[in-house]
Design a protein around this ligand. Structure first.
Ligand SMILES: O=c1ccn([C@@H]2O[C@H](COP(=O)(O)OP(=O)(O)O[C@H]3O[C@H](CO)[C@@H](O)[C@H](O)[C@H]3O)[C@@H](O)[C@H]2O)c(=O)[nH]1
Length: 211
């Protein structure tokens, strides 16, 4: 996963993932604008293994995190100095998640992501819809639907790790390990949605799994 080389930055061609544009409007009689990104809505699933009482996370290289670890000056270089900035800086710990880019229900997309990324075969009826919220409100404001799903070892029918050219590690953490993580004084390489999901889990579900 950390074998990431030949990193450089280039102008954005027409992208299936992000569309940058300027949104113009008048507020209280004053003309304004805001520069935005159109992105897909998404699903995120908190997967908890009740056999071993462990939270299931996915770990993957996130270019956006990596890029933001590079100083403004070094970003302008033709090629990124991989000795100064090892790929490990960009490895994120997240909930299972995926973009909604298929004509399927959000539950079905969530079910598929749990299998593809984490290797657990769940039914749509195993998914508990928690709530939906807006992510990246400064530039995108896309919707993310958040689900909770309990799994058992018996439901692990595949290795997980993603599809196509995705490189994803499945990582497990105990409840005390999650609590420790949330006390960290370091900058966590996790999105706020993941941290919210962990707080939600600790508040609403964790007690019945504590020994
Ligand atoms: O510029 C891009 C963008 C995406 N991809 C591909 O598209 C896939 C999208 O993966 P998917 O698992 O569907 O979504 P994630 O990238 O994991 O992102 C989800 O998980 C994040 C939180 O963990 C959220 O912030 C996002 O909104 C949500 O879509 C990636 O794996 C890539 O293969 C690219 O190749 N290039």
């Amino acid at each position: 996963m950390e074998d990431v080389t030949n990193m450089y930055i280039s102008p954005l061609p027409d992208s299936p993932y992000v569309k940058p544009f300027r949104f113009n409007y008048t507020q209280n009689g004053k003309a304004k604008s805001w520069d935005l990104l159109e992105v897909h809505d998404s699903v995120a699933i908190v997967v908890f293994n009740i056999t071993r009482k462990r939270m299931i996370f996915v770990k993957q290289f996130r270019p956006a995190i990596y890029y933001n670890c590079i100083s403004l000056e070094d970003r302008r270089a033709n090629k990124i100095d991989e000795k100064k900035y090892p790929a490990s800086l960009g490895i994120a710990l997240e909930m299972c998640a995926g973009i909604i880019d298929k004509n399927k229900s959000i539950e079905e997309i969530a079910r598929e992501e749990v299998l593809e990324e984490c290797g657990y075969e769940v039914k749509v009826s195993n998914l508990e819809k928690i709530l939906s919220y807006r992510s990246g409100v400064g530039v995108e404001g896309a919707k993310q639907h958040f689900f909770y799903c309990e799994v058992t070892d018996d439901m692990k029918t595949a290795q997980g790790g993603g599809v196509d050219d995705e490189i994803i590690d499945v990582v497990e953490k105990t409840i005390p390990e999650i609590e420790e993580m949330l006390k960290s004084q370091e900058t966590l390489a996790s999105p706020p949605s993941c941290l919210f999901a962990l707080m939600w889990f600790l508040h609403h579900k964790a007690d019945k799994f504590r020994q």
